[in-house]
Design a protein around this ligand. Structure first.
Ligand SMILES: [Zn+2]
Length: 402
């Protein structure tokens, strides 16, 4: 699925009208189509799923339904999603399609009313409509975890032992690159209007190409197009493929527009500093932004920082992160102060795959937002990460020979 070609369905307008007994939301559609409408809690959200659409509606203005944000985009192959963030609980009274009639186009109509929190919670998840999709809300079900035996005793502290899914003899290490966000979740919006999801996809593709050209690695990406992927499924993807290294690529945003530079993050249950704790909270919101029911995810994202294997993995991740700091420095990439930081990033929680998250720079800095999309910067980024990966696997190989 690419997001570039036109879809059969387009959303041409959205209106919200207040009536004495209800609030009516109307979408003008190019064709009558199946839909799926439901609510989610924490925060209150109204979610509408439709077959993949092109969004042609102007911005929503002047409503009093308690809408604080409206997002839309790809959810998964064949499905697009619209999410309303609400500051008040609502109840869906009805949702129905109205075919074209005279001058009136095909419409999807959703009637909602304001209700108490208890009322909302009783009806939450009740689905209107017949669109059937793969249940994206289901937590990624991991296969039984068969982590390798921890052998840290034979290694000096803080050098990476063999990777979790040790490549078979003669098999090239598998790198999974994870371009952050996508589809309905744009990530940070740049000072120049660019979306983080597009910027990091460009950086990731440049890195993939460079690694493949080296002939030393196999490389796959969690997404190659503008599609939404749950945080848990990014990890599952890497584990299912037996990745040796996992790199999540992001670009940050801060209210201070002069801040710029890259930084590297690893997992920890305690954040290195308040700023990093906030960053992790922002990045972990991806599923929420896409309208995923987080109440069924809690178990999935529950603390798994428990066993020895995990601690080993975390040491390898830290080692790799520090290696990247070095190669970024020598590669002429500007870094933040204390460029290796840590916090509870959900996407770094694979217990058996060394994982780092790279914030390639700041979308909130206009110059950097422009630079991150340039060929020159992408090349420098790819080269520096490539050197870091080479150095990391060299140490892994040396340790294996000991
Ligand atoms: Zn991000």
């Amino acid at each position: 699925m690419t997001g570039t070609h036109a879809h059969a369905l387009s959303v041409n307008d959205v209106r919200v009208g207040t009536h004495p007994d209800k609030t009516r939301i109307v979408f003008d559609l190019s064709t009558i189509s199946d839909f799926r409408v439901f609510t989610l809690s924490d925060p209150y959200r109204l979610v509408i799923d439709l077959p993949s659409f092109d969004w042609k509606a102007p911005a929503l203005t002047g409503t009093n339904m308690g809408i604080t944000a409206l997002r839309h985009g790809n959810l998964e192959a064949g499905i697009s999603r619209i999410v309303f963030d609400l500051n008040r609980p609502i109840n869906i009274q009805s949702a129905f399609a109205l075919p074209q009639q005279g001058a009136k186009p095909n419409r999807l109509v959703i009637d909602v009313s304001h209700v108490s929190h208890d009322h909302f919670m009783r009806n939450k998840g009740e689905t209107f409509g017949t669109l059937t999709i793969e249940p994206v809300n289901l937590a990624a079900k991991h296969g039984a975890y068969t982590g390798r035996t921890a052998s840290s005793a034979s290694h000096p502290a803080f050098t990476p032992p063999a990777p979790a899914n040790k490549p078979a003899q003669g098999k090239k290490p598998l790198i999974v690159i994870d371009p952050g966000h996508g589809g309905v979740d744009p990530g940070a919006i740049g000072a120049n209007g660019a979306h983080e999801k597009d910027i990091v996809l460009g950086l990731s593709k440049a890195l993939k190409q460079r690694l493949e050209e080296s002939g030393r690695y196999r490389v796959i990406m969690t997404r190659e197009t503008d599609v939404f992927i749950k945080l848990g499924n990014r990890i599952k993807f890497a584990r299912d493929h037996g990745a040796d290294l996992f790199l999540s690529v992001h670009a940050d945003s801060l209210p201070r527009p002069n801040v710029r530079g890259a930084s590297i993050y690893t997992l920890s249950n305690k954040a290195s500093d308040a700023q990093t704790a906030k960053l992790a909270a922002r990045e972990n919101k991806a599923d929420l932004i896409a309208g995923i029911d987080l109440s069924v995810e809690d178990e999935e994202v529950a603390n798994i920082l428990v066993n020895l294997a995990m601690r080993d993995t975390m040491n390898q991740s830290k080692y790799f992160a520090n290696t990247l700091v070095d190669t970024f420095n020598t590669g002429g990439l500007k870094l933040l102060e204390r460029p290796h930081r840590y916090a509870g990033f959900a996407v770094l929680k694979a217990p058996d795959i060394p994982s780092v998250l790279i914030e390639a720079g700041f979308m909130s800095n206009r110059n950097e937002a422009v630079s991150l999309a340039s060929k020159e910067h992408k090349d420098r980024f790819a080269k520096s990460v490539h050197k870091g990966i080479d150095a990391y696997f060299k140490t892994v190989a040396q340790n294996e020979q000991q």
